[in-house]
Design a protein around this ligand. Structure first.
Ligand code: NPW
Ligand code: ATP
Length: 692
């Protein structure tokens, strides 16, 4: 059956075929290609051909003789070309517009569509693919011939159309029209798809997109056999009609699968085309993926850049706002003195105990009660940027005061001298809070950190850190006595982190506060310690070596307990000032977006940049660091704090440090940042703020 068809084709091939009307050409190359009018070589050739010999395009047929084979698109390679047809093809292919369209274009199917159209106008019906393959074969012959010519001068034996090809190809330069470059060195850049065949390394071929397209995908022998494709007459050689025995692979989605019928196994003898098609598809797919990835990466880059710019804008805005605020504050300080003096005078009678207590900071603390009583409450706000010069020396440079009180590290001191801090807190539920406070105290620079907690919590807290000294005494019957034994050795106590609200524990905490007061130890009260104070304010009232660190809720409770009024949310400064006064001018640190610190005389505002992350435990870092700084500031004396209340200075230092830790940890970890991450930042934050 197949032989019969070949026979038909052969007999038909010798007969003149009626010339069909030239098909409409769907695509024309470039701007107005020269129409082949009189004088065009292709037209002359067309005219000379007259009724073209039967070299027309035959409808490719699928081989149906083997029912086991799936019907599919016939591969059109292998059709034979007559001499006239070939010359017509070369004329068209050699046209300048065709050559320039082929130059530098990896994809050339549209060019060959045009070539096929032009060929059809001359009466030769060939598919674009047939034209492309024919040209490819001719080119291969030409290059082989040219190489051979260099060696032994037998060019025309190998390539019949050597002169025509040479005329076309020797004019063909690189993409910019320059003469063809010399052949690349063997270790030079290789085209995609594997190492080129030896021939591909010769002049011009590396610039030839048509050559690139198939480089390395077929064996030269195979190509030569198929692509020589010429015959002097159709009768001379049988027409080779091919049908691939396997399906043409179609790329589905991401990967590649062959759409072969499940029962058909491709014969082992014909894998090359499949490989080539696979390779072509793989290359296309790879290129597509590569381009997609490039686009994605670029998009990502722009997204990140946009976010970065937004953050930068916000930072600038915040800085600007802070500068304005500072200027306003300065203006207020200068212009509002007279009005605030009268306010101050009115407020004095509401807190009678404070006058006497000012002296209780200690012998070395030269606090001038009279001056304080007559001076207006001053609001000092510092917004720090570490990398800017601070022009407002006015504020007595609180930062510098903090630096002043930090004991220098010297070899002369022994363990314990830089701080022995006690944390009273830690129960079964809350083991983290006392740990954060105690470890922060150590990291700030205390030498020893003691935790007085319940038995349940002790082992757990110990397991967090071997650096901590943990006493499992807080729920024991003689808890107060046990703690009291240690008090003389402690420089400050922090009462409340993780204490809980158990009655017995609160009672013990109360007794420990009393004992500490008697010994004149600075006391920092936080968390559940503040709950206790809000129940019994007299416990701490008037003890000016106490610092209270309430968050918003804790502040509200205390305020209401002391002033019998709800907090005035339009006057935070006034509220914190009044609470401190009501408690007898002890230091109050109201934590929040901006930390307000007051001793009833002044309000310091710390709005040092932190972050928007509010994980639990941040307040514990604050109370732990405050334990150390309060001791240092108290010890340093008024000289080092320039006459300022040392606890204000210490509180300001601790707030700035906590916020700096928060900022640094957030920079690194963003949303996933936790209090432990802040603890890791204590060392660098401290250096940045106070040691540079
Ligand atoms: N890892 C650990 O072991 C840790 C243990 N910790 C320990 O836990 C114990 C209890 O401390 P605490 O702060 O949760 O109790 P408390 O003050 O009664 O608040 C209760 C409620 O008040 C609110 N609220 C709180 N703050 C607010 C604010 N700023 N602004 C507005 N509202 C605010 C809020 O109410 P909500 O929003 O849930 O209605 C909150 O639930 C204590 O011993 C402490 O040391 C912590 O240190 C964390 C790490
Ligand atoms: N809105 C905020 N913006 C910036 N910083 C804040 C904000 N709120 C609190 N801080 C910072 O966090 C520190 C701790 O305040 P926070 O209100 O978290 O205490 P807390 O509730 O007692 O903490 P804890 O979880 O330890 O009990 C403050 O000193 C302040 O520096």
């Amino acid at each position: 059956m197949a032989a019969g068809r070949r026979g038909e084709a052969r007999s038909g091939a010798g007969l003149p075929r009626p010339r069909r009307p030239a098909p409409r050409c769907p695509t024309r190359l470039g701007p107005a290609p020269p129409r082949r009018g009189a004088g065009s070589r292709a037209d002359e050739l067309g005219a000379a051909l007259g009724c073209a010999i039967g070299g027309g395009w035959r409808q490719p047929r699928a081989v149906a003789s083997d029912p086991g084979r799936p019907r599919m698109i016939t591969n059109t390679r292998g059709f034979l070309w007559s001499d006239l047809e070939t010359r017509a093809l070369l004329e068209i292919w050699g046209e300048a517009d065709v050559q320039s369209a082929l130059d530098g274009n990896f994809r050339n199917s549209h060019v060959y569509r045009d070539v096929a159209c032009r060929l059809a106008e001359l009466g030769f019906e060939r598919t674009p693919e047939q034209c492309r393959i024919r040209i490819k074969g001719l080119k291969r012959q030409y290059y082989q011939a040219r190489d051979g010519l260099k060696k032994n001068g037998h060019a025309r034996k190998i390539c019949k159309y050597y002169d025509e090809m040479d005329r076309i190809l020797s004019c063909r330069g690189g993409p910019d029209g320059a003469p063809e470059p010399p052949p690349p060195l063997p270790d030079g850049p290789q085209p995609l798809g594997g190492p080129p065949s030896p021939g591909a390394l010769h002049n011009g071929r590396e610039n030839d997109p048509e050559a690139d397209e198939d480089a390395g995908l077929e064996s030269p022998r195979d190509n030569f056999a198929e692509d020589s494709g010429e015959c002097s007459s159709y009768a001379e050689r049988p027409i080779k009609v091919e049908c691939p025995p396997f399906a043409i692979p179609v790329p589905p989605g991401d990967g590649f699968k062959e759409m072969s019928a499940p029962t058909v196994t491709p014969p082992l003898t014909q894998p090359k085309r499949s490989k080539k098609r696979h390779a072509n598809l793989t290359l296309d797919k790879m290129m597509e993926k590569f381009l997609q990835q490039s686009v994605d990466t670029e998009e990502k880059f722009y997204r990140y850049e946009e976010q970065r710019l937004k953050i930068e804008d916000k930072r600038r805005e915040a800085e600007h706002a802070r500068e304005l605020q500072m200027l306003q504050m300065l203006g207020q300080m200068l212009s509002g003195i007279s009005s605030t003096v009268s306010q101050r005078a009115q407020s004095i009678p509401t807190s009678p105990p404070q006058r006497a207590n000012h002296r209780s900071y200690g012998d070395n603390f030269n606090y001038n009660a009279m001056t304080a009583a007559l001076s207006p409450p001053i609001v000092i706000e510092r917004s720090f940027s570490l990398h800017r010069n601070h022009t407002l020396k006015d504020m007595e440079n609180i930062f510098q005061l903090v630096r002043n009180v930090i004991p220098p590290l010297t070899g002369k001191r022994h363990k314990g001298q830089d701080g022995r801090i006690g944390i009273v807190g830690g129960c079964r539920e809350y083991t983290g809070a006392p740990y954060f406070a105690a470890i922060t105290a150590l990291k700030v620079g205390a030498d020893l950190s003691h935790v007085f907690c319940t038995k349940d919590a002790a082992t757990v807290i110990k397991s967090y850190s071997p650096e901590l000294i943990v006493h499992p005494v807080l729920d024991s019957p003689n808890a107060v006595h046990e703690v009291d034994k240690w008090l003389p050795r402690l420089h400050s106590v922090v009462i409340g982190p993780g204490l809980g609200r158990d009655e017995a524990l609160l009672e013990n905490a109360k007794a420990i506060i009393e004992k500490s007061k008697l010994k004149g130890i600075p006391i920092i009260i936080d968390a559940d310690g503040l709950w206790l104070i809000s129940q019994q304010p007299s416990l701490i009232q008037g003890y000016q070596r106490a610092i209270l660190t309430p968050n918003y809720m804790e502040f509200s409770r205390l305020y209401e307990a002391m002033l019998r009024d709800p907090v005035d949310s339009s006057d935070h400064h006034g509220c914190v000032l009044r609470l401190s006064q009501a408690l007898g001018n002890l230091t109050v640190v109201q934590k929040g977006e901006r930390d307000l610190i007051s001793d009833g005389e002044k309000v310091l505002v710390c709005s040092h940049e932190g972050s928007s992350r509010r994980c639990g435990g941040q307040g514990d870092l604050l109370s732990g660091s405050l334990g150390v700084l309060a001791h240092w500031a108290f010890l340093a004396g008024a000289e080092k704090t320039n006459g300022q209340n040392p606890f204000l200075v210490a509180a300001f230092g601790a707030c700035s440090l906590t916020r700096q830790c928060n900022n640094q940890a957030f920079q690194k970890l963003g949303r996933s940042m936790t209090a432990s991450d802040m603890v890791s930042e204590v060392g660098t934050a401290f250096s940045k703020l106070f040691e540079t």
